[in-house]
Design a protein around this ligand. Structure first.
Ligand code: C2E
Ligand code: CA
Ligand code: CA
Length: 563
C-alpha cells in the first residue's frame, strides 16, 4: 500500500512510521512536510491513503484535503486527518470536508492506525461507487437513451437558467421546437428499427449545424427542442434554423432504403415574445404548427412581424440570386471634385438594382446580400463593371480619373478577391493606382487577421484603400495607423447643417486636422450646400463629393456633363 505522511513534525512522523511498521499493513511510505510538497508528490505518484496533519505551517492540512476532494482524479484517495487536539468539532469539520477518518495524535498506535487506514479505504471505495451510481442514475434520468441528447426533464430545468443568463447579458435567446415531418409514415412503412436509426441520423446532422454550446434536447418521439443563446439579433436564429432545414434535404441511407425526411420548426424569442419558459414553449409550439400548416419543411416565428420581416428578406434574397444573370444591376457614378479648381478627379461607383421595375436602395438590399454572402458575386460584378467603365472613360482623357469601389466586410473573407481584382485590371488595361477600394471601420474589425491580409494584398497590387463613413463609428486613430490606408472619407453626417451648432464644426475641424497630421488624403461626403463647400475649402479638404455638385449619375448623364 502506498502511503503519504504529511506532517512538519519529525517526531510525529516517526511515531506514525513506527506504528505502521508494527501493524499488519505492508506499506511504502513517503514523507513530506508541507501542503505544497504533498501536492507535488500527489501529482506524480499514486497513493492509496494520505495521513494528514491538521496543523501545518503556511497552508493548513484542511486546505490540502479540500483540494484533493475537489479534483476528480484525486477524489478517491483516502484521507486520514491527524491532530494533537481532540476537540470533537475539529474532527467533525474534517469529516465534513471529506476526510474518511480523524485520529488524535496522542492516541495513535499500531492497532488504531491500521483500523483507520483499512476503514478509510473501504469508505473511500464506497463513496466512489456511490458517486458512479449517482452519475449513472443522473445520466439515465436526464438523457434520452436512443440519441444521447438531454431529455425533457433536464431541458425544463435548464431552460430557466438559460433565460436568466441571457437577460443578465441583455442578449436575445430563441427557443426552437422541431417536429419531424411524416415520421409516423417511416415507422409504419419501414419498421421501428429504421425509425430509430433515422432519429439518430437526424440528430447527427442537426448537431453539425450547431456550434456546441446550444442546448439540444429530445422531448419525446420525433419532437426536439434547441435553445440558441446569446444572439445579437433575431436574424442569427433564422440563419441557424435555415441551416438545420437544409441539412435534412439530402435523403438518409438506412438499411438499403433511401428515406427523405424534413422538419418543421417553430421559434419563439426571449425577451420579445415572453420571458417565461412556459410561455416561450407555448408560443414556439403555435409557431411550429403554423410551419406545418404552411406546408412543412420550413420554419416560422411566433411573432407575425418577425415572420413577415424574414419572408420579405427571404424574397429579396431569392431575387438577388438571379439578378446578376438577369442583368438587373447597373452602376451609377458620383463625381468626386477637386475643391481648388472644381474639376472632376474621379467617381464613386454605386450599385443600383432594377427589381421588377422598382429601384430598391442599396442600403436595403446590400445587408441582405451580405447575410447570404451573395455580396461576394455581386461585389465582383461591380468591380469588373467599374473597371471596364473606367478604362472606356480614360481612353478619351488626357488626365485619367479615379474609380472608387465599395467593398463589404464579407468580401474581405473571399480568398479569390485579390486575384480577381488583378485579373480585371489586366483585362481592361487599367492602372491599379487609379482604383480606390472603400472600406468602413466596422469592416476592419470584423475579422482582423484575414482583413489585414486582404487589405495588404489590395495595397500591394498598387490600388488605394480608403476608409469610408469616417466619423460615424470608432473614428479611431489606431485604425488609420494599423492598416495601409491612403484616403479618409468624412461621413455626410459631419457636414454641419443650418441648425447645427459650433460644436459640430469643431468636431469636423478636429477630424480634418487629425487626418491631415497623418498625411492622408481627405474626401468630404454629403456636401450639399455652398456653405458646406466653403467650410471644406476653409479647412483644407482636398476633394468633395455631394449633391452640391452632383448626385450619383448614369454613364450618359456623367458623360454629358464632364466629357
Ligand atoms: P456610401 O458608400 O457612403 O455612398 C454614399 C451614399 O451617399 C450614396 O447612397 C449617395 O447617393 C449618397 N449621397 C451622396 N451625396 C450625398 C449628399 O450630398 N447628401 C446625401 N444625403 N446623400 C448623398 P447610395 O447610392 O444609396 O448608397 C448607399 C450605400 O450603399 C453606400 O454608402 C454604400 O455603403 C452601399 N453601396 C452602394 N453601392 C455599393 C456597392 O457596389 N457595394 C457595396 N458593398 N456597397 C455599396
Ligand atoms: Ca462609399
Ligand atoms: Ca460613405
Amino acid at each position: 500500500m502506498n502511503l503519504l505522511i504529511v506532517d512538519d513534525d519529525v517526531v510525529d512522523r516517526e511515531l506514525v512510521r513506527r506504528a505502521l511498521k508494527k501493524s499488519n499493513i505492508s506499506s511504502i511510505i513517503t514523507e513530506v512536510e508541507s501542503v505544497g510538497e504533498a501536492l507535488e508528490k500527489l501529482d506524480t505518484q499514486r497513493f492509496d491513503a494520505v495521513l494528514l496533519d491538521y496543523n501545518l505551517p503556511q497552508r493548513k492540512g484542511i486546505e490540502l484535503l479540500l483540494e484533493l476532494k475537489g479534483d476528480v482524479n484525486k477524489q478517491s484517495i483516502a484521507v486520514i486527518m491527524m491532530s494533537a487536539s481532540s476537540e470533537d468539532e475539529l474532527a467533525l469539520s474534517c469529516i465534513n470536508a471529506g476526510a474518511q477518518d480523524f485520529l488524535v495524535k496522542t492516541e495513535i498506535n499500531a492497532f488504531r492506525l491500521q483500523r483507520a487506514i483499512v476503514n478509510a479505504q473501504a469508505r473511500s471505495d464506497l463513496e466512489k461507487r456511490l458517486l458512479q451510481s449517482y452519475q449513472h442514475t443522473k445520466q439515465l434520468a436526464e438523457h434520452d437513451s436512443l440519441t444521447g441528447l438531454v431529455n425533457r426533464y433536464y431541458f425544463d430545468e435548464a431552460l430557466n437558467k438559460e433565460i436568466l443568463s441571457n437577460q443578465r447579458e441583455k442578449t436575445v435567446f430563441a427557443l426552437l421546437l422541431l417536429d419531424l415531418d411524416h415520421f409516423k409514415y417511416v415507422n409504419d412503412n419501414y419498421g421501428h428499427d429504421v425509425g430509430d436509426q433515422l432519429l439518430i441520423e437526424v440528430v447527427n446532422r442537426i448537431s453539425n449545424c450547431l456550434r456546441g454550446h446550444e442546448m439540444f434536447a429530445r422531448l419525446g418521439g420525433d419532437e426536439f427542442a434547441i435553445t440558441l443563446t446569446h444572439l445579437k439579433s433575431i436574424n442569427g436564429a433564422s440563419i441557424v434554423t435555415q441551416r438545420i432545414i437544409n441539412a435534412l434535404n439530402e435523403p438518409f441511407e438506412i438499411d438499403n432504403y433511401s428515406i427523405q425526411s424534413s422538419v418543421s420548426i417553430g421559434i419563439s424569442v426571449c425577451p420579445f415574445d415572453s420571458k417565461e419558459a412556459k410561455e416561450l414553449f407555448k408560443f414556439a409550439d403555435i409557431a411550429m404548427y403554423r410551419a406545418k400548416n404552411m406546408g412543412r419543411n420550413q420554419f416560422s416565428f411566433f411573432e407575425e412581424e418577425m415572420q413577415e420581416q424574414f419572408l420579405a428578406d427571404f424574397l429579396i434574397e431569392n431575387k438577388l440570386k438571379t439578378a446578376i444573370t438577369n442583368n438587373d444591376f447597373y452602376l451609377h457614378y458620383q463625381p468626386v471634385i477637386d475643391s481648388e479648381d472644381e474639376t472632376l478627379t474621379g467617381v464613386e461607383a454605386l450599385i443600383r438594382w432594377n427589381n421588377d421595375n422598382e429601384n430598391m436602395r442599396p442600403d436595403k438590399f446590400i445587408p441582405i446580400a451580405e447575410k447570404s454572402r451573395l455580396i461576394i458575386d455581386i461585389g465582383k460584378w461591380v468591380i469588373k463593371q467599374a473597371i471596364q467603365q473606367l478604362s472606356l472613360w480614360n481612353a478619351d482623357r488626357q488626365l485619367p480619373i479615379t474609380m472608387a469601389i465599395n467593398l463589404s466586410s464579407v468580401q474581405l473573407t473571399d480568398e479569390n478577391l485579390i486575384e480577381y481584382i488583378d485579373e480585371s485590371l489586366t483585362k481592361y488595361n487599367v492602372s491599379a493606382s487609379l482604383i480606390e477600394f472603400e472600406l468602413t471601420e466596422t469592416a476592419l474589425i470584423v475579422e482582423p487577421e484575414n482583413t489585414v491580409k486582404i487589405i495588404k494584398g489590395i495595397s500591394d497590387l498598387g490600388c488605394l484603400v480608403s476608409l469610408d463613413d469616417f466619423g460615424t463609428g470608432f473614428s479611431s486613430l489606431s485604425h488609420l495607423h494599423s492598416f495601409p490606408i491612403d484616403i479618409v472619407k468624412i461621413d455626410r453626417s459631419l457636414m454641419p447643417n443650418a441648425s447645427s451648432k459650433e460644436r459640430v464644426k469643431k468636431i469636423l475641424n478636429g477630424l480634418v486636422l487629425m487626418i491631415k497630421s497623418l498625411d492622408l488624403e481627405i474626401v468630404a461626403e454629403g456636401v450639399e450646400t455652398k456653405n458646406d463647400f466653403n467650410l471644406c475649402l476653409k479647412l483644407g479638404v482636398g476633394k468633395i463629393q455631394g449633391f452640391y455638385f452632383d448626385k450619383p449619375l448614369s454613364v450618359r448623364e456623367l458623360e454629358k456633363k464632364y466629357f
